[in-house]
Design a protein around this ligand. Sequence first.
Ligand code: HEM
Length: 362
Amino acid sequence: MSDKKILNYSDYLQLEKILNSQGLKSAERGTPAHDEMLFIIIHQVYELWFKQIIHEVDFVLTVFGQKSIDESHVSHAVLRLDRIIEIQKVLIDQIRVLETMTAMDFLEFRDDLFPSSGFQSVQFRVLENKLGLPPLDRINYGNQDYKKPLLDSGKEAVQKAEQEKSLFNLLENWLERTPFLTFEGFNFWEKYSQAIRGMLNDEKDTIQNNPNHTSEEIEYHLKDHERAVDSFEAMIDSEKHNSLIEKKKKRLSHKATQAALLIFLYRDEPILHSPFNLLSRLMDVDELFTTWRQRHAIMVRRMIGAKIGTGGSSGHAYLQKTADRHKIFSDLADLSTFFIPRSALPELPENIKRNLGYYFNR
Ligand code: HEM
């Protein structure tokens, strides 16, 4: 007879540990607050999901860290990103469960939490770094490094993720290397610029001749329009693009930006399907993080009003700023400024189309 232990559900999932890990601080004080159980469990559930998301992001990082990446690798990465997206939706929905706790109920145990805070979530910081949030672009409070309130073990993990290549870096390198975007013998950018300049001039006319706007309003809209023109000029001129990068108005390199735009414009070509899906999913992940940040900030306002956070920040105001600014793939979203209808796109010559297509019957 084999002496192999028969696997049991509880042992496999280590439920003994998990289900005995809810130590209510209010109970230690002798006055257990009913809602502290929910508060602890919801944070633990978030941390488990963060772990799963990091696991998926690590897979995508490995794929894009390789020298040679083929179509099937990209499709595989897209599947992992799909999973992250579904988890993120759950993370956003879960806030509603927490909101069944009222602000008064939270007060029953809030003082017990000082000075701990979600600000000290190591996995959340690791995730931000792995995706590519630059340390210097972080909104600081109290002029202190965001790693300072972490335990030493956490600091190390966060620092490591800060130093490794992020998904943003690897995507940029991959876009710069995309081979299908060199249009030999066909001046794509000249033809495309003509179409875009025509579109931008039409827009300028519409702004200038809008009978419903005052001259101040027209001036205001023309300034916005000028920014779009500058941004487009940077698309075709690497020096202009680099100067926008220096001013922190753009982040993605010129070459990578051009490649991303071409992927969006010619996404109907078979070979660009997976790259298009990849870029779209990355924008989804970024957007859903922003949505989570916004939802968390709204919930926090309802819970603590204008009070400071237990971690010492200004609370809602700080969180709202992170929702506005802590974005990673905005450069991709901004590209839609330069989309034109398919009918106005430069027609690709047949030899280039053949390179972009899958020809099974030559
Ligand atoms: C009653 C519920 C909650 C309140 C009142 C609250 C409040 C806050 C506040 C005020 C901050 C800013 C830092 C500080 O001063 O403490 C913060 C940060 C944070 N919280 Fe919450 N929170 C709540 C629930 C949650 C939950 C369920 C999670 C899930 C993990 C979470 C995750 C985070 C994270 C990751 C940060 C850092 C955000 C950043 O720095 O960008 N919070 N929270």
